[in-house]
Design a protein around this ligand. Structure first.
Ligand code: ZN
Ligand code: ZN
Length: 80
């Protein structure tokens, strides 16, 4: 019997040359190797030095994003 065609999967084929799990994923997402988009499930921390708060935007926490925006506004005023 053939095995699932997905890399690193050696389960027996159920349909379309894929095992039941990968075939189900393929039917649901159109791609057998896709796993759910989990950007929100894994919060990243602020890229500011010595800051480990969770990011809200642009890789920065709310406090540092606020500072970043203020700096951008100032830069825009200096160098239009
Ligand atoms: Zn598989
Ligand atoms: Zn921060």
């Amino acid at each position: 019997m053939a095995n699932c065609t997905v890399d690193e999967c050696d389960k027996p084929v159920k349909a379309k040359q894929m095992c039941s799990m990968h075939h189900q994923r393929w039917r649901r997402h159109g791609d057998p190797v896709v796993t759910k988009v989990r950007q929100s499930a894994e919060p990243t921390t602020c890229k500011w030095v010595n800051c480990d708060r969770f990011t809200v935007s642009k890789g920065l926490c709310s406090k540092h994003y606020y500072i970043y925006r203020l700096q951008n506004v100032q830069k825009m005023h200096i160098n239009p």
